[in-house]
Design a protein around this ligand. Structure first.
Ligand SMILES: [Zn+2]
Length: 233
């Protein structure tokens, strides 16, 4: 019997996404993420300054959260979206609450969540843009406050730009300089919160902030799920 590869892939997808095998956090418990791993995730949002940008982070980038982020980004474990989106929304909420109540910026709407753009290659490879996806989920959660918040892809990564996995700090900073260009249309002067999954040195956020500020947006800071241990501030 010849089985069409499309059917094989569809079956794999159905089994993985809807019958959820092993936990993406520990590869031992029940998937998509087991009770033990969830219990280990204790969000405690802190705000750090990276390259002059206020960055709110919910957790430290270590297992099991690091495993979950990798599973979501690299293996398309979309069932982790609610959990990761919730952590991201929590960070952004803290960032917004750190802004003085009377600040006029909070009255200007909409507030835009701008996901850090993925490389062209990674979008093509994965047929997805996981950070934009999480920004969208977080925006929906945050709109429940009554604020007009939406996610919008304001940035594109320049073609030919490489992923910076494995690069040293200096190389990352050089690699990120002029990494982004502006895309799409948005209200000039709109307040923006940058969104990424993990902050390491902050070089990526700084590069994105430069582009948006240069175009007249007011960048309030950034919200990320996790901060790498020993991130350079
Ligand atoms: Zn687990």
């Amino acid at each position: 019997m010849v089985i069409d590869p499309l059917v094989v892939r569809a079956r794999e997808f159905l089994a993985e996404q809807f019958l959820a095998g092993v936990c993406a956090g520990c590869s031992a418990g029940r998937g998509p993420v087991c009770v033990r791993c969830v219990a280990q995730i204790e969000p405690r949002v802190t705000i750090g300054t990276y390259h002059g940008i206020q960055v709110a982070q919910a957790v430290t980038y270590e297992p099991p959260i690091s495993q979950l982020v990798i599973a979501f980004k690299d293996r398309g474990e979309w069932s982790l979206r609610p959990l990761l989106g919730q952590l991201l929304a929590r960070s952004i909420a803290h960032l917004l609450l750190s802004i003085e109540e009377g600040s006029p910026v909070l009255l200007r709407s909409p507030l835009l969540l701008a996901p850090i753009a993925a490389t062209v290659d990674s979008i093509r490879l994965r047929d997805a843009d996981p950070v934009a996806d999480l920004a969208h989920t977080a925006a929906a959660l945050l709109r429940r406050s009554g604020m007009e918040i939406r996610s919008q892809r304001l940035l594109s990564m320049r073609r030919g730009h490489r992923d910076h996995v494995g690069l040293s700090r200096g190389e990352r900073i050089a690699n990120m300089h002029d990494a982004f260009t502006l895309r799409g249309r948005a209200p000039v002067g709109a307040p923006v919160v940058l969104v990424d999954d993990v902050v390491t040195t902050g070089a990526t956020l700084a590069s994105a902030q430069r582009v948006l500020a240069g175009a007249g947006f007011e960048v309030l800071g950034a919200g990320v799920i996790a901060a790498a241990k020993g991130g350079i501030r």
